[in-house]
Design a protein around this ligand. Structure first.
Ligand code: PGA
Length: 275
């Protein structure tokens, strides 16, 4: 008989007992965006080394391209992974300013963040372009933190589920059945990114359960059970435990708070998640 730790929330206890959790390991992604210097990054990683991090979490840090080699070597020694924050859908060629999945892997990183709302909104990337890049990255050996989410007006007009379904449909049109195992989905309501406004745990849970339902209906039961769905948008040490307790929140993608020494508290929310 399985004995669950007393702190484990009821919903997660049920999930483990019914086996519907799919054995999803909690995942905490950092997204440093266009922040940091060699010196500040060295200092940050040194601070993280001073706090023990649970073995129940997979940590992957999204790092600016110029620092990928140095950072992935440092983080690998801590058993953390490293992600690039973008890539292009070609091996090489006349694409000034772009980087390829092969270059990312050659720098020591195994992951790439694709479809972030800043790429969509500031750089005009479309659902279809993001889907193409996701497929290309997976085919070339990278794992993908694939982001989706609605704008404020879309949430207010009740369009959240439809917006996310359209983003997922564009992705699913390009993926083969076994590609799903190489990505995690980050649900990031755009109105919550960098604003200090976080979706309530219930709001995030509701949308993430919708995403899992979409996967069940349009990919497979196994994909729905196994795919990790992260929440992103103003996650920080003060709010991560309540979010982690939700049954369909399998981790986080974190911007601002991932640049701080106490980001280790967010990594350790895995122990409150029951995953
Ligand atoms: P934030 O960013 O945590 O600063 O809101 C999240 C993200 O952009 O991934």
């Amino acid at each position: 008989m399985q004995v669950n730790p007393p702190h484990m929330p009821q919903a997660k206890r049920q999930r483990i007992q019914t086996g519907s959790g799919g054995g999803r390991k909690f995942f905490v992604g950092g997204n440093w965006k266009m922040h940091g210097t060699s010196a500040s990054i060295r200092e940050l990683i040194q601070a993280w080394r001073e706090t023990p991090v649970t073995a129940n979490v997979e940590v992957v840090i999204g790092c600016p391209a110029p620092y990928l080699s140095a950072v992935s070597a440092e983080l690998a020694a801590m058993k953390f992974g490293t992600a690039a924050q973008n890539c292009y859908k070609a091996d090489k060629g006349a694409f000034t300013g772009e980087i390829s999945p092969g270059m990312i892997k050659d720098s020591g990183a195994d992951w790439v963040i694709l479809g972030h709302s800043e790429r969509r909104d500031v750089f005009g990337e479309t659902d279809a372009q993001i889907a193409d890049k996701t497929k290309f990255a997976i085919d070339h050996g990278l794992k993908v933190i694939w982001c989706c989410g609605e704008h404020k007006e879309e949430r207010e007009s009740g369009a959240t589920d439809a917006v996310i379904a359209a983003q997922l449909e564009a992705l699913a049109a390009k993926l083969a059945a076994d590609d799903w195992g190489n990505l995690v989905i980050a649900y990031e309501p755009v109105w919550a990114i960098g604003t200090g406004l976080t979706a309530t745990p219930e709001m995030a849970q509701h949308t993430q359960a919708q995403i899992r339902g979409w996967l069940r209906a349009n990919a497979s039961d196994a994909v729905a059970a196994q795919t990790r769905i992260l929440y992103g948008g103003s996650v920080k040490p003060a709010n991560c435990d309540a979010l982690a307790a939700q049954p369909d929140i399998d981790g986080f993608l974190v911007g601002g708070a991932s640049l701080k020494p106490d980001f280790t508290s967010v990594m350790n929310a895995a122990d409150k998640s029951g995953c």
